[in-house]
Design a protein around this ligand. Structure first.
Ligand SMILES: Nc1ncnc2c1ncn2[C@@H]1O[C@H](COP(=O)(O)OP(=O)(O)OP(=O)(O)O)[C@@H](O)[C@H]1O
Length: 570
Protein backbone atom coordinates (compact mmCIF):
# COMPACT_ATOMS: atom_id res chain seq x y z
CA UNK A 1 0.00 0.00 0.00
CA UNK A 2 2.89 2.33 0.88
CA UNK A 3 4.43 1.61 -2.54
CA UNK A 4 1.09 2.35 -4.20
CA UNK A 5 0.91 5.74 -2.47
CA UNK A 6 4.50 6.47 -3.52
CA UNK A 7 3.58 5.61 -7.08
CA UNK A 8 0.56 7.90 -7.01
CA UNK A 9 2.80 10.70 -5.73
CA UNK A 10 5.21 10.03 -8.59
CA UNK A 11 2.29 10.34 -10.99
CA UNK A 12 1.28 13.76 -9.66
CA UNK A 13 1.82 15.58 -13.02
CA UNK A 14 -0.65 13.18 -14.68
CA UNK A 15 -3.35 13.48 -12.01
CA UNK A 16 -5.67 15.65 -14.20
CA UNK A 17 -5.55 12.94 -16.89
CA UNK A 18 -6.31 10.24 -14.34
CA UNK A 19 -9.18 12.18 -12.87
CA UNK A 20 -10.55 12.90 -16.37
CA UNK A 21 -10.34 9.22 -17.31
CA UNK A 22 -12.10 8.08 -14.10
CA UNK A 23 -14.84 10.71 -14.54
CA UNK A 24 -15.52 9.73 -18.15
CA UNK A 25 -15.57 6.06 -17.20
CA UNK A 26 -18.02 6.79 -14.36
CA UNK A 27 -20.28 8.91 -16.57
CA UNK A 28 -20.33 6.22 -19.27
CA UNK A 29 -21.23 3.50 -16.78
CA UNK A 30 -23.97 5.68 -15.24
CA UNK A 31 -25.31 6.50 -18.72
CA UNK A 32 -25.49 2.77 -19.45
CA UNK A 33 -27.32 2.07 -16.19
CA UNK A 34 -29.77 4.91 -16.80
CA UNK A 35 -30.35 3.76 -20.36
CA UNK A 36 -31.08 0.16 -19.36
CA UNK A 37 -33.26 1.07 -16.37
CA UNK A 38 -35.22 3.77 -18.23
CA UNK A 39 -35.72 1.54 -21.27
CA UNK A 40 -37.02 -1.28 -19.04
CA UNK A 41 -39.30 1.07 -17.16
CA UNK A 42 -40.55 2.69 -20.40
CA UNK A 43 -41.44 -0.57 -22.14
CA UNK A 44 -43.31 -1.87 -19.08
CA UNK A 45 -45.05 1.49 -18.44
CA UNK A 46 -46.18 1.61 -22.10
CA UNK A 47 -47.56 -1.93 -21.80
CA UNK A 48 -49.37 -1.06 -18.57
CA UNK A 49 -50.74 2.14 -20.15
CA UNK A 50 -51.88 0.15 -23.21
CA UNK A 51 -53.59 -2.47 -21.06
CA UNK A 52 -55.29 0.00 -18.74
CA UNK A 53 -55.95 2.66 -21.37
CA UNK A 54 -54.29 5.38 -19.27
CA UNK A 55 -52.18 8.22 -20.71
CA UNK A 56 -48.38 8.30 -20.43
CA UNK A 57 -45.78 11.02 -21.01
CA UNK A 58 -43.36 9.30 -23.35
CA UNK A 59 -41.37 12.39 -24.33
CA UNK A 60 -39.27 12.54 -21.17
CA UNK A 61 -38.24 8.86 -21.03
CA UNK A 62 -37.57 8.68 -24.78
CA UNK A 63 -35.39 11.82 -24.53
CA UNK A 64 -33.51 10.29 -21.60
CA UNK A 65 -33.02 7.08 -23.61
CA UNK A 66 -31.71 8.94 -26.65
CA UNK A 67 -29.44 11.18 -24.58
CA UNK A 68 -27.96 8.35 -22.49
CA UNK A 69 -27.47 6.18 -25.60
CA UNK A 70 -25.40 8.96 -27.18
CA UNK A 71 -23.46 9.58 -23.95
CA UNK A 72 -22.81 5.84 -23.57
CA UNK A 73 -21.49 5.42 -27.13
CA UNK A 74 -19.36 8.59 -27.10
CA UNK A 75 -18.28 7.92 -23.53
CA UNK A 76 -17.03 4.41 -24.33
CA UNK A 77 -14.85 5.83 -27.09
CA UNK A 78 -13.59 8.70 -24.92
CA UNK A 79 -13.08 6.31 -22.01
CA UNK A 80 -10.73 4.15 -24.09
CA UNK A 81 -8.86 7.13 -25.52
CA UNK A 82 -8.43 8.92 -22.18
CA UNK A 83 -7.66 5.74 -20.24
CA UNK A 84 -4.92 4.70 -22.64
CA UNK A 85 -3.53 8.21 -23.01
CA UNK A 86 -3.34 8.53 -19.22
CA UNK A 87 -1.66 5.12 -18.96
CA UNK A 88 0.90 5.86 -21.68
CA UNK A 89 1.74 9.14 -19.97
CA UNK A 90 2.13 7.38 -16.64
CA UNK A 91 4.30 4.63 -18.05
CA UNK A 92 6.57 6.99 -19.92
CA UNK A 93 6.81 9.32 -16.89
CA UNK A 94 7.67 6.36 -14.67
CA UNK A 95 10.25 4.99 -17.09
CA UNK A 96 11.89 8.39 -17.60
CA UNK A 97 11.99 9.10 -13.85
CA UNK A 98 13.44 5.65 -13.15
CA UNK A 99 16.01 6.03 -15.90
CA UNK A 100 17.17 9.41 -14.53
CA UNK A 101 17.39 7.87 -11.10
CA UNK A 102 19.49 5.00 -12.50
CA UNK A 103 21.77 7.50 -14.20
CA UNK A 104 22.46 9.06 -10.81
CA UNK A 105 23.09 5.66 -9.19
CA UNK A 106 25.18 4.22 -12.04
CA UNK A 107 27.79 3.10 -12.72
CA UNK A 108 29.18 1.93 -9.40
CA UNK A 109 25.82 1.82 -7.60
CA UNK A 110 24.55 -0.90 -9.95
CA UNK A 111 27.73 -2.99 -9.89
CA UNK A 112 26.06 -5.96 -8.23
CA UNK A 113 23.11 -6.13 -10.66
CA UNK A 114 23.13 -7.78 -14.06
CA UNK A 115 22.27 -5.25 -16.76
CA UNK A 116 19.72 -7.72 -18.14
CA UNK A 117 18.02 -7.66 -14.73
CA UNK A 118 17.88 -3.86 -14.71
CA UNK A 119 16.52 -4.04 -18.27
CA UNK A 120 13.83 -6.53 -17.24
CA UNK A 121 12.77 -4.26 -14.37
CA UNK A 122 12.62 -1.24 -16.64
CA UNK A 123 10.53 -3.12 -19.16
CA UNK A 124 8.40 -5.79 -17.50
CA UNK A 125 7.89 -4.25 -14.09
CA UNK A 126 7.06 -0.81 -15.45
CA UNK A 127 4.67 -2.39 -17.97
CA UNK A 128 2.86 -4.09 -15.12
CA UNK A 129 2.09 -0.67 -13.67
CA UNK A 130 -0.37 -0.31 -16.54
CA UNK A 131 -2.59 -2.55 -14.41
CA UNK A 132 -2.48 -0.14 -11.51
CA UNK A 133 -4.49 2.58 -13.17
CA UNK A 134 -6.34 1.02 -16.10
CA UNK A 135 -7.33 -2.22 -14.43
CA UNK A 136 -7.17 -1.47 -10.71
CA UNK A 137 -7.77 2.11 -9.58
CA UNK A 138 -10.21 3.27 -12.28
CA UNK A 139 -12.52 0.18 -12.26
CA UNK A 140 -12.50 0.00 -8.45
CA UNK A 141 -13.45 3.67 -8.03
CA UNK A 142 -16.18 3.39 -10.69
CA UNK A 143 -17.58 0.11 -9.31
CA UNK A 144 -17.73 1.43 -5.73
CA UNK A 145 -19.52 4.66 -6.72
CA UNK A 146 -21.93 2.79 -9.01
CA UNK A 147 -22.65 0.18 -6.30
CA UNK A 148 -23.49 2.86 -3.72
CA UNK A 149 -25.70 4.79 -6.18
CA UNK A 150 -27.60 1.68 -7.26
CA UNK A 151 -28.30 0.68 -3.65
CA UNK A 152 -29.53 4.24 -2.93
CA UNK A 153 -31.84 4.20 -5.97
CA UNK A 154 -33.26 0.82 -4.90
CA UNK A 155 -33.91 2.17 -1.41
CA UNK A 156 -35.63 5.20 -2.98
CA UNK A 157 -37.75 3.50 -5.68
CA UNK A 158 -38.09 0.08 -4.07
CA UNK A 159 -37.71 -0.59 -0.36
CA UNK A 160 -35.06 -0.82 2.36
CA UNK A 161 -35.04 -4.62 2.63
CA UNK A 162 -34.43 -5.04 -1.07
CA UNK A 163 -31.67 -2.39 -0.96
CA UNK A 164 -29.99 -4.13 1.99
CA UNK A 165 -30.19 -7.53 0.27
CA UNK A 166 -28.63 -6.18 -2.96
CA UNK A 167 -25.95 -4.35 -0.98
CA UNK A 168 -25.06 -7.60 0.80
CA UNK A 169 -24.88 -9.54 -2.50
CA UNK A 170 -22.65 -6.87 -4.08
CA UNK A 171 -20.30 -6.69 -1.10
CA UNK A 172 -19.99 -10.46 -0.73
CA UNK A 173 -20.15 -11.69 -4.34
CA UNK A 174 -18.56 -8.84 -6.25
CA UNK A 175 -16.00 -7.58 -3.74
CA UNK A 176 -15.15 -9.86 -0.81
CA UNK A 177 -15.08 -13.21 -2.62
CA UNK A 178 -12.84 -12.04 -5.51
CA UNK A 179 -10.55 -10.30 -3.01
CA UNK A 180 -10.35 -13.35 -0.76
CA UNK A 181 -9.73 -15.71 -3.67
CA UNK A 182 -7.07 -13.34 -5.00
CA UNK A 183 -5.46 -13.30 -1.56
CA UNK A 184 -5.16 -17.09 -1.55
CA UNK A 185 -3.29 -16.96 -4.85
CA UNK A 186 -1.20 -13.88 -4.05
CA UNK A 187 1.97 -15.91 -3.46
CA UNK A 188 1.51 -17.61 -6.85
CA UNK A 189 0.88 -14.25 -8.57
CA UNK A 190 4.06 -12.79 -7.04
CA UNK A 191 6.04 -15.88 -8.00
CA UNK A 192 4.74 -15.63 -11.55
CA UNK A 193 5.81 -11.96 -11.79
CA UNK A 194 9.26 -12.67 -10.36
CA UNK A 195 9.70 -15.64 -12.71
CA UNK A 196 8.64 -13.57 -15.74
CA UNK A 197 11.32 -10.99 -14.89
CA UNK A 198 13.91 -13.74 -14.29
CA UNK A 199 13.06 -15.47 -17.57
CA UNK A 200 13.44 -12.24 -19.50
CA UNK A 201 16.84 -11.42 -18.01
CA UNK A 202 18.11 -15.03 -18.38
CA UNK A 203 16.97 -15.11 -22.00
CA UNK A 204 18.89 -11.91 -22.76
CA UNK A 205 21.99 -13.33 -21.05
CA UNK A 206 21.60 -16.61 -22.90
CA UNK A 207 21.44 -14.80 -26.25
CA UNK A 208 24.38 -12.54 -25.29
CA UNK A 209 26.58 -15.48 -24.45
CA UNK A 210 25.23 -17.86 -27.08
CA UNK A 211 28.49 -18.10 -29.01
CA UNK A 212 30.44 -19.05 -25.87
CA UNK A 213 27.73 -21.44 -24.74
CA UNK A 214 27.66 -23.23 -28.11
CA UNK A 215 31.43 -23.64 -28.06
CA UNK A 216 31.58 -24.93 -24.49
CA UNK A 217 28.49 -27.09 -25.05
CA UNK A 218 26.81 -25.50 -22.04
CA UNK A 219 23.86 -24.23 -24.09
CA UNK A 220 21.78 -27.40 -23.47
CA UNK A 221 22.06 -27.05 -19.69
CA UNK A 222 21.14 -23.35 -19.88
CA UNK A 223 18.19 -24.07 -22.18
CA UNK A 224 17.00 -26.74 -19.75
CA UNK A 225 17.23 -24.23 -16.90
CA UNK A 226 15.17 -21.77 -18.93
CA UNK A 227 12.61 -24.48 -19.74
CA UNK A 228 12.41 -25.30 -16.03
CA UNK A 229 11.74 -21.64 -15.20
CA UNK A 230 9.08 -21.49 -17.91
CA UNK A 231 7.39 -24.60 -16.51
CA UNK A 232 7.40 -23.07 -13.01
CA UNK A 233 5.94 -19.87 -14.39
CA UNK A 234 3.16 -21.75 -16.19
CA UNK A 235 2.36 -23.65 -13.00
CA UNK A 236 2.08 -20.41 -11.02
CA UNK A 237 0.08 -18.80 -13.81
CA UNK A 238 -2.31 -21.76 -14.00
CA UNK A 239 -2.97 -21.51 -10.27
CA UNK A 240 -3.79 -17.80 -10.61
CA UNK A 241 -5.94 -18.27 -13.71
CA UNK A 242 -7.96 -21.12 -12.09
CA UNK A 243 -8.77 -19.04 -9.03
CA UNK A 244 -9.48 -15.98 -11.17
CA UNK A 245 -11.97 -18.02 -13.27
CA UNK A 246 -13.59 -19.14 -10.01
CA UNK A 247 -13.92 -15.49 -8.92
CA UNK A 248 -15.51 -14.60 -12.27
CA UNK A 249 -17.96 -17.47 -11.82
CA UNK A 250 -18.79 -16.19 -8.31
CA UNK A 251 -19.51 -12.79 -9.79
CA UNK A 252 -21.89 -14.38 -12.32
CA UNK A 253 -23.64 -16.29 -9.51
CA UNK A 254 -23.89 -13.07 -7.43
CA UNK A 255 -25.45 -11.27 -10.40
CA UNK A 256 -28.01 -14.08 -10.89
CA UNK A 257 -28.74 -14.17 -7.16
CA UNK A 258 -29.33 -10.40 -7.18
CA UNK A 259 -31.81 -10.76 -10.08
CA UNK A 260 -33.70 -13.56 -8.23
CA UNK A 261 -33.85 -11.46 -5.06
CA UNK A 262 -35.18 -8.43 -6.97
CA UNK A 263 -37.77 -10.66 -8.69
CA UNK A 264 -38.79 -12.43 -5.46
CA UNK A 265 -38.97 -9.42 -3.14
CA UNK A 266 -40.08 -7.09 -5.97
CA UNK A 267 -42.97 -9.37 -7.08
CA UNK A 268 -44.21 -9.50 -3.49
CA UNK A 269 -43.96 -5.69 -3.28
CA UNK A 270 -45.86 -5.31 -6.58
CA UNK A 271 -48.57 -7.73 -5.32
CA UNK A 272 -49.00 -5.69 -2.16
CA UNK A 273 -49.02 -2.49 -4.24
CA UNK A 274 -45.89 -1.18 -2.49
CA UNK A 275 -44.10 -1.10 -5.84
CA UNK A 276 -45.37 -0.16 -9.30
CA UNK A 277 -44.90 -2.78 -12.06
CA UNK A 278 -42.71 -0.59 -14.29
CA UNK A 279 -40.51 0.21 -11.28
CA UNK A 280 -39.82 -3.50 -10.83
CA UNK A 281 -38.46 -3.70 -14.40
CA UNK A 282 -36.44 -0.54 -13.71
CA UNK A 283 -34.85 -2.08 -10.59
CA UNK A 284 -34.29 -5.41 -12.32
CA UNK A 285 -32.37 -3.90 -15.22
CA UNK A 286 -30.57 -1.49 -12.90
CA UNK A 287 -29.25 -4.34 -10.77
CA UNK A 288 -28.42 -6.52 -13.76
CA UNK A 289 -26.39 -3.82 -15.52
CA UNK A 290 -24.73 -2.59 -12.33
CA UNK A 291 -22.86 -5.91 -12.18
CA UNK A 292 -21.15 -4.95 -15.45
CA UNK A 293 -19.28 -2.32 -13.44
CA UNK A 294 -17.99 -5.08 -11.15
CA UNK A 295 -16.84 -7.33 -14.01
CA UNK A 296 -13.21 -6.00 -13.96
CA UNK A 297 -12.86 -6.45 -10.16
CA UNK A 298 -11.68 -10.11 -10.14
CA UNK A 299 -8.99 -9.36 -12.76
CA UNK A 300 -7.95 -6.27 -10.75
CA UNK A 301 -7.79 -8.25 -7.52
CA UNK A 302 -5.76 -11.03 -9.14
CA UNK A 303 -3.40 -8.62 -10.93
CA UNK A 304 -2.67 -6.81 -7.70
CA UNK A 305 -0.24 -9.42 -6.31
CA UNK A 306 2.00 -9.31 -9.37
CA UNK A 307 1.73 -5.53 -9.55
CA UNK A 308 2.64 -5.18 -5.87
CA UNK A 309 5.78 -7.26 -6.32
CA UNK A 310 6.71 -5.32 -9.50
CA UNK A 311 6.31 -2.11 -7.48
CA UNK A 312 8.46 -3.48 -4.68
CA UNK A 313 11.24 -4.41 -7.11
CA UNK A 314 11.08 -1.01 -8.82
CA UNK A 315 11.27 0.95 -5.60
CA UNK A 316 14.10 -1.27 -4.34
CA UNK A 317 16.02 -0.15 -7.43
CA UNK A 318 14.90 3.44 -6.98
CA UNK A 319 15.99 3.53 -3.33
CA UNK A 320 19.59 2.57 -4.06
CA UNK A 321 21.76 5.42 -2.96
CA UNK A 322 24.05 7.06 -5.54
CA UNK A 323 27.66 6.49 -4.53
CA UNK A 324 28.59 10.01 -5.61
CA UNK A 325 26.50 13.14 -5.72
CA UNK A 326 26.85 16.69 -6.96
CA UNK A 327 28.07 19.10 -4.27
CA UNK A 328 25.40 21.29 -2.67
CA UNK A 329 27.39 24.42 -3.59
CA UNK A 330 29.51 23.58 -6.65
CA UNK A 331 32.59 25.58 -7.57
CA UNK A 332 33.05 26.77 -11.17
CA UNK A 333 35.33 24.66 -13.34
CA UNK A 334 38.85 26.14 -13.02
CA UNK A 335 40.72 27.16 -16.19
CA UNK A 336 43.77 24.98 -15.42
CA UNK A 337 43.77 21.22 -15.57
CA UNK A 338 46.63 20.00 -13.42
CA UNK A 339 45.44 16.73 -11.95
CA UNK A 340 46.77 15.80 -8.54
CA UNK A 341 45.98 12.74 -6.42
CA UNK A 342 47.20 13.41 -2.92
CA UNK A 343 47.65 10.48 -0.49
CA UNK A 344 44.61 8.67 -1.83
CA UNK A 345 43.26 5.58 -0.07
CA UNK A 346 40.24 3.56 -1.02
CA UNK A 347 38.64 0.30 0.13
CA UNK A 348 35.79 -1.35 -1.78
CA UNK A 349 32.66 -1.94 0.29
CA UNK A 350 32.71 -5.42 1.77
CA UNK A 351 36.49 -5.68 1.47
CA UNK A 352 38.46 -5.37 4.67
CA UNK A 353 41.65 -4.08 3.08
CA UNK A 354 42.31 -1.12 0.80
CA UNK A 355 42.54 -1.41 -3.00
CA UNK A 356 44.62 1.77 -2.85
CA UNK A 357 46.69 2.86 0.13
CA UNK A 358 48.22 6.33 0.28
CA UNK A 359 48.77 6.73 -3.47
CA UNK A 360 50.07 9.95 -5.04
CA UNK A 361 49.87 11.03 -8.66
CA UNK A 362 50.73 14.29 -10.37
CA UNK A 363 49.69 14.97 -13.95
CA UNK A 364 50.54 18.59 -14.74
CA UNK A 365 48.53 20.23 -17.53
CA UNK A 366 49.80 19.05 -20.94
CA UNK A 367 52.03 16.31 -19.56
CA UNK A 368 51.92 12.57 -20.22
CA UNK A 369 52.44 9.90 -17.64
CA UNK A 370 52.34 6.14 -17.54
CA UNK A 371 50.69 4.28 -14.69
CA UNK A 372 51.97 0.77 -14.14
CA UNK A 373 51.58 -2.00 -11.62
CA UNK A 374 50.79 -5.69 -11.60
CA UNK A 375 47.32 -6.99 -12.16
CA UNK A 376 45.08 -6.11 -9.24
CA UNK A 377 47.37 -3.32 -8.00
CA UNK A 378 44.55 -0.77 -8.25
CA UNK A 379 45.20 1.06 -11.55
CA UNK A 380 41.60 0.94 -12.79
CA UNK A 381 40.42 1.83 -9.30
CA UNK A 382 42.62 4.92 -9.23
CA UNK A 383 41.40 6.21 -12.58
CA UNK A 384 37.78 5.56 -11.64
CA UNK A 385 38.35 7.79 -8.60
CA UNK A 386 39.67 10.55 -10.91
CA UNK A 387 36.23 10.84 -12.56
CA UNK A 388 34.37 10.22 -9.27
CA UNK A 389 32.81 6.92 -10.30
CA UNK A 390 33.28 6.41 -6.55
CA UNK A 391 34.51 8.66 -3.78
CA UNK A 392 37.84 8.02 -2.10
CA UNK A 393 38.05 7.29 1.62
CA UNK A 394 41.12 9.36 2.46
CA UNK A 395 43.28 11.94 0.69
CA UNK A 396 42.21 14.36 -2.00
CA UNK A 397 42.10 14.65 -5.79
CA UNK A 398 42.34 18.14 -7.28
CA UNK A 399 41.71 19.42 -10.78
CA UNK A 400 43.22 22.82 -11.54
CA UNK A 401 43.75 23.25 -7.79
CA UNK A 402 40.08 22.60 -6.90
CA UNK A 403 39.14 19.43 -4.98
CA UNK A 404 37.04 17.40 -7.42
CA UNK A 405 34.33 16.89 -4.76
CA UNK A 406 33.57 20.61 -5.11
CA UNK A 407 32.96 20.36 -8.86
CA UNK A 408 29.74 19.38 -10.57
CA UNK A 409 30.05 15.78 -11.77
CA UNK A 410 29.18 16.77 -15.34
CA UNK A 411 31.85 19.54 -15.28
CA UNK A 412 34.53 17.21 -13.93
CA UNK A 413 33.71 14.48 -16.43
CA UNK A 414 33.62 16.95 -19.30
CA UNK A 415 37.31 17.66 -18.60
CA UNK A 416 38.45 14.04 -18.49
CA UNK A 417 37.97 11.62 -21.38
CA UNK A 418 38.28 8.17 -19.87
CA UNK A 419 38.64 5.15 -22.13
CA UNK A 420 38.14 2.15 -19.86
CA UNK A 421 39.83 -1.21 -20.19
CA UNK A 422 36.68 -2.78 -21.61
CA UNK A 423 35.01 0.11 -23.42
CA UNK A 424 31.34 -0.26 -24.22
CA UNK A 425 30.59 -0.36 -27.92
CA UNK A 426 26.93 0.32 -28.72
CA UNK A 427 25.02 -1.95 -31.08
CA UNK A 428 24.92 0.82 -33.67
CA UNK A 429 26.97 2.18 -36.56
CA UNK A 430 30.55 3.46 -36.32
CA UNK A 431 29.21 7.03 -36.69
CA UNK A 432 26.56 6.55 -33.97
CA UNK A 433 29.19 5.18 -31.62
CA UNK A 434 31.39 8.21 -32.19
CA UNK A 435 28.57 10.75 -32.01
CA UNK A 436 27.41 9.32 -28.70
CA UNK A 437 30.30 11.37 -27.29
CA UNK A 438 30.21 14.32 -29.72
CA UNK A 439 26.67 14.70 -31.07
CA UNK A 440 27.49 17.73 -33.22
CA UNK A 441 30.62 16.30 -34.91
CA UNK A 442 30.67 16.41 -38.72
CA UNK A 443 31.63 13.37 -40.82
CA UNK A 444 34.96 15.05 -41.48
CA UNK A 445 35.64 15.37 -37.76
CA UNK A 446 34.72 11.70 -37.29
CA UNK A 447 37.24 10.69 -39.96
CA UNK A 448 39.91 12.87 -38.34
CA UNK A 449 39.32 11.20 -34.97
CA UNK A 450 39.43 7.76 -36.59
CA UNK A 451 42.70 8.69 -38.31
CA UNK A 452 44.22 9.83 -35.00
CA UNK A 453 43.18 6.57 -33.36
CA UNK A 454 44.66 4.58 -36.27
CA UNK A 455 41.30 3.23 -37.41
CA UNK A 456 40.79 5.18 -40.62
CA UNK A 457 41.95 2.44 -42.98
CA UNK A 458 39.98 -0.28 -41.26
CA UNK A 459 36.75 1.78 -41.43
CA UNK A 460 37.46 2.69 -45.04
CA UNK A 461 37.53 -1.00 -45.88
CA UNK A 462 34.24 -1.70 -44.12
CA UNK A 463 31.19 -2.22 -46.37
CA UNK A 464 29.38 1.00 -45.36
CA UNK A 465 32.31 2.92 -43.86
CA UNK A 466 30.93 5.25 -41.15
CA UNK A 467 27.46 3.73 -41.57
CA UNK A 468 28.72 0.20 -40.86
CA UNK A 469 26.77 -1.54 -38.13
CA UNK A 470 29.18 -3.02 -35.59
CA UNK A 471 26.91 -5.57 -33.91
CA UNK A 472 25.99 -6.16 -30.28
CA UNK A 473 28.82 -4.95 -28.05
CA UNK A 474 30.93 -4.37 -31.17
CA UNK A 475 30.88 -8.10 -32.00
CA UNK A 476 31.79 -7.36 -35.63
CA UNK A 477 34.98 -5.53 -34.61
CA UNK A 478 38.27 -7.02 -33.44
CA UNK A 479 39.26 -6.29 -29.83
CA UNK A 480 41.90 -3.81 -31.04
CA UNK A 481 39.43 -2.06 -33.37
CA UNK A 482 36.87 -1.72 -30.56
CA UNK A 483 39.50 -0.15 -28.32
CA UNK A 484 40.63 2.23 -31.09
CA UNK A 485 37.00 3.22 -31.68
CA UNK A 486 36.75 4.08 -27.99
CA UNK A 487 39.97 6.12 -28.22
CA UNK A 488 38.58 7.98 -31.23
CA UNK A 489 35.54 8.83 -29.11
CA UNK A 490 37.80 10.22 -26.40
CA UNK A 491 39.76 12.28 -28.93
CA UNK A 492 36.53 13.72 -30.36
CA UNK A 493 35.67 15.39 -27.08
CA UNK A 494 37.20 18.82 -27.54
CA UNK A 495 36.31 20.00 -24.04
CA UNK A 496 38.20 17.10 -22.44
CA UNK A 497 41.67 18.37 -21.61
CA UNK A 498 42.84 15.12 -20.02
CA UNK A 499 42.92 11.76 -21.75
CA UNK A 500 42.95 8.71 -19.50
CA UNK A 501 43.46 5.44 -21.35
CA UNK A 502 43.24 2.16 -19.45
CA UNK A 503 45.38 -0.50 -21.14
CA UNK A 504 44.71 0.69 -24.73
CA UNK A 505 47.34 -1.71 -26.07
CA UNK A 506 46.08 -4.81 -24.30
CA UNK A 507 45.96 -7.78 -26.63
CA UNK A 508 47.92 -6.05 -29.41
CA UNK A 509 51.20 -7.33 -30.78
CA UNK A 510 54.25 -5.16 -30.08
CA UNK A 511 54.29 -3.50 -33.51
CA UNK A 512 50.59 -2.59 -33.40
CA UNK A 513 50.89 -1.42 -29.81
CA UNK A 514 53.86 0.79 -30.69
CA UNK A 515 51.95 2.22 -33.66
CA UNK A 516 48.92 2.94 -31.49
CA UNK A 517 50.94 4.62 -28.75
CA UNK A 518 52.81 6.83 -31.19
CA UNK A 519 49.49 7.81 -32.85
CA UNK A 520 48.07 8.72 -29.45
CA UNK A 521 51.23 10.67 -28.56
CA UNK A 522 51.09 12.70 -31.74
CA UNK A 523 47.33 13.27 -31.72
CA UNK A 524 46.82 14.28 -28.13
CA UNK A 525 47.96 17.83 -28.91
CA UNK A 526 48.18 19.85 -25.71
CA UNK A 527 45.96 17.48 -23.77
CA UNK A 528 47.35 15.72 -20.72
CA UNK A 529 47.63 11.97 -21.03
CA UNK A 530 47.48 9.32 -18.35
CA UNK A 531 48.24 5.95 -19.80
CA UNK A 532 47.66 2.76 -17.87
CA UNK A 533 50.02 0.30 -19.48
CA UNK A 534 52.43 -2.49 -18.71
CA UNK A 535 54.43 -1.77 -21.83
CA UNK A 536 57.28 0.07 -20.22
CA UNK A 537 59.55 -0.27 -23.22
CA UNK A 538 57.04 1.44 -25.44
CA UNK A 539 56.22 4.33 -23.20
CA UNK A 540 58.77 6.98 -24.33
CA UNK A 541 56.74 7.53 -27.48
CA UNK A 542 53.77 8.64 -25.49
CA UNK A 543 54.89 9.49 -22.00
CA UNK A 544 57.29 12.27 -21.00
CA UNK A 545 60.86 11.07 -20.85
CA UNK A 546 61.55 12.99 -17.69
CA UNK A 547 58.60 11.50 -15.82
CA UNK A 548 59.12 8.05 -14.38
CA UNK A 549 56.08 5.82 -14.66
CA UNK A 550 54.00 5.74 -11.54
CA UNK A 551 54.16 2.13 -10.44
CA UNK A 552 51.60 1.06 -7.91
CA UNK A 553 54.30 -0.49 -5.75
CA UNK A 554 55.26 -4.04 -5.12
CA UNK A 555 55.04 -3.48 -1.38
CA UNK A 556 51.46 -2.23 -1.75
CA UNK A 557 50.70 -5.13 -4.04
CA UNK A 558 52.06 -7.78 -1.72
CA UNK A 559 49.96 -6.31 1.08
CA UNK A 560 46.97 -6.22 -1.25
CA UNK A 561 47.23 -9.91 -2.16
CA UNK A 562 47.69 -10.84 1.48
CA UNK A 563 44.57 -8.89 2.26
CA UNK A 564 42.62 -10.43 -0.58
CA UNK A 565 43.46 -13.87 0.75
CA UNK A 566 42.31 -12.72 4.18
CA UNK A 567 39.02 -11.50 2.60
CA UNK A 568 38.42 -14.88 1.05
CA UNK A 569 38.81 -16.71 4.39
CA UNK A 570 35.40 -17.82 5.68
N1 LIG B 1 33.79 -3.44 -7.85
C1 LIG B 1 34.69 -4.00 -7.05
N2 LIG B 1 34.32 -4.48 -5.85
C2 LIG B 1 35.20 -5.04 -5.01
N3 LIG B 1 36.51 -5.16 -5.28
C3 LIG B 1 36.94 -4.71 -6.47
C4 LIG B 1 36.06 -4.11 -7.42
N4 LIG B 1 36.77 -3.75 -8.52
C5 LIG B 1 38.05 -4.11 -8.26
N5 LIG B 1 38.15 -4.70 -7.04
C6 LIG B 1 39.36 -5.18 -6.39
O1 LIG B 1 40.26 -4.11 -6.26
C7 LIG B 1 41.56 -4.51 -6.62
C8 LIG B 1 42.13 -3.53 -7.64
O2 LIG B 1 41.45 -3.75 -8.86
P1 LIG B 1 41.78 -2.91 -10.16
O3 LIG B 1 40.81 -3.31 -11.19
O4 LIG B 1 41.85 -1.49 -9.79
O5 LIG B 1 43.22 -3.45 -10.51
P2 LIG B 1 44.12 -3.17 -11.79
O6 LIG B 1 45.45 -2.73 -11.32
O7 LIG B 1 43.42 -2.25 -12.72
O8 LIG B 1 44.20 -4.64 -12.40
P3 LIG B 1 44.38 -5.09 -13.94
O9 LIG B 1 45.75 -4.72 -14.39
O10 LIG B 1 44.21 -6.57 -13.86
O11 LIG B 1 43.29 -4.42 -14.69
C9 LIG B 1 41.45 -5.93 -7.14
O12 LIG B 1 41.97 -6.80 -6.15
C10 LIG B 1 40.01 -6.21 -7.30
O13 LIG B 1 39.66 -7.50 -6.86
Amino acid sequence: MRDLLRLLKLWRPAWPWLLGAVLVSLLTTLANLTLMATAGWFVTAMAVAGATGSAINYFTPSSIIRFTAIVRTGGRWLDRVLGHEATFRLLSATRTALFSRLEAIAPAGLDDLRSSEVGARLKLDVDRLELVFLRLIAPLVVALIVGVLVVLVIAWRGDGTLAAAIAAIIVIGALLLPLLLARTSRAAAEREAALASQIQSRTIEHLDGLAALLITGDDRRRSDQLAQLLAERMKAERQVVNRSALAQAMLGIASDAAVMVVLGLGAAAVASARLAGPDLTLLLLLVLSCFEAFAPIPAAAFGFGATASALRRLFALWDRQPLVEDPAHPVALPPGHDLIADHVSFTYPGRSQPALADVNLALPAGSARRLDGASGAGKSTLISLLVRARDLDRGEIRLGGVPIKQLRLADLRSRIALVPQRPHVFAATIADNLRAFAPQASDEQLWQALAKAGLQNAVNNMPDQLATYVGHGGAQLSGGEARRLAIARGLLRDDARILVLDEPTEGLDDASAAAMLSTIASSRGDRSLLLVSHRGGLSPASADDNQKPLVLGDADLAAHHRNQRADQQP
